[in-house]
Design a binder for this molecule. Structure first.
Ligand SMILES: NC(=O)c1ccc[n+]([C@@H]2O[C@H](COP(=O)([O-])OP(=O)(O)OC[C@H]3O[C@@H](n4cnc5c(N)ncnc54)[C@H](OP(=O)(O)O)[C@@H]3O)[C@@H](O)[C@H]2O)c1
Length: 308
């Protein structure tokens, strides 16, 4: 499948066509009139990857394929070989084959490989930089993601984007970080770096066109806490909305693997795109204002989704 576009321009090939981010990338490329195709290969099948590259002849590969676990990353704790096969072997296969052919690859990875500690305390304003060594391997998912980042970063054709707690404007979409915290009975309250996809995904396509490489913290500048987001929901959408907090220790009782909380440094991405909004402003522009414009509809849908 391909969109019409300038045939002399870049040709994108998306891996992860059935996934959340892969689907959004296809929408974005279609909207912009760029030429793109959707890959068929499984990442662990090197011959199939080669066949896709030969068939579609991309100048740029967007790799949004990988195992994220269902209903969540806890799945990876009990499916370690599948996780290694897709997230480590698969990603390396694709990077390697692209490198052999001189094709740029953008890899949508994760920033959930860092955790606040004594050197990077919460609320200190000190964020993890691209060159910092991952310090969070508490979940098997994050463990494999840190390993693959450390290996893939050696490939000269690859841009690694560290995505975190991705957010879209649909407040009933189950993978949206805001939907998750709206639905939970109780939430922790810790400031985190987050990725507002409608603002950042178009920038990732621009980064690919610029053929940037290396690691990029792919979040809006600054951090925002769970309560601050839910308070924005109350302010813009539903003043009657209520929520409750619990501690990280209490949270540990309802999940299998620990989750990371962190602030990523955004000097590199802001240097590339000075117009990039700080997280709170981005949430207001891309999530809360559009929903406030159809407040009743959003409020009703969210209440039905919560069942309370
Ligand atoms: N969503 C998040 O919260 C989040 C946060 C940070 C980073 N990320 C990262 O962003 C990337 C995309 O995430 P997402 O949320 O879009 O994931 P997603 O919705 O779970 O989609 C994953 C995609 O990868 C494909 N896939 C899985 N294993 C594959 C394999 N072995 N070979 C080829 N394709 C395979 C899936 O296809 P099938 O359905 O056919 O298997 C699906 O199209 C991942 O690397 C993820 O780690 C996501």
């Amino acid at each position: 499948m391909a969109a019409n576009g300038n045939h002399d321009g870049p040709v994108f090939l998306i891996f992860g066509k059935t996934g959340w981010i892969g689907g959004l990338l296809a929408e974005e490329l279609k909207k912009s009139g760029a030429k793109y195709h959707l890959a068929d290969a499984r990442l662990e099948d090197r011959a199939a990857i080669i066949a896709d590259l030969d068939k579609y002849k991309p100048t740029h590969v967007l790799n949004a394929a990988g195992l994220t676990g269902r209903p969540n990353v806890d799945w990876c704790e009990t499916h370690k070989l599948e996780t290694i096969r897709a997230n480590v072997i698969g990603c390396l296969n694709l990077a390697d084959v692209c490198n052999e052919r001189g094709i740029h690859m953008t890899y949508y990875g994760t920033g959930c490989i860092f955790h606040y500690d004594d050197d990077f305390p919460v609320n200190s304003g000190k964020g993890f930089k691209e060159a910092d060594k991952p310090n969070f391997t508490g979940s098997y998912y994050s463990h494999t993601k840190a390993i693959v980042e450390n290996l893939v970063k050696e490939f000269p054709n690859v841009l690694i984007l560290r995505v975190r707690m991705p957010i879209v404007s649909d407040l009933c979409y189950p993978r949206n970080f805001i939907t998750k915290i709206i639905k939970y009975d109780k939430v922790i309250n810790i400031p985190n770096s987050m990725t507002v996809l409608p603002e950042l995904l178009p920038l990732s396509i621009e980064m690919a066109k610029r053929k940037l490489t290396g690691i990029m913290n792919f979040t809006n500048p600054g951090a925002i806490s769970h309560n601050e987001i839910l308070d924005l929901y109350k302010e813009y959408i539903d003043p009657e909305f209520t929520y409750a907090n619990f501690s990280v220790e209490e949270q540990a009782k309802v999940i299998v693997a620990p989750r990371s909380n962190n602030l990523l440094d955004t000097e590199r991405i802001s240097g590339e795109f000075p117009e990039l909004l700080p997280i709170r402003e981005s949430l207001i522009k891309y999530v809360f204002e559009p929903n406030a414009a159809k407040k009743e509809e959003t409020c009703k849908a969210v209440r039905e989704m919560r069942g309370r």
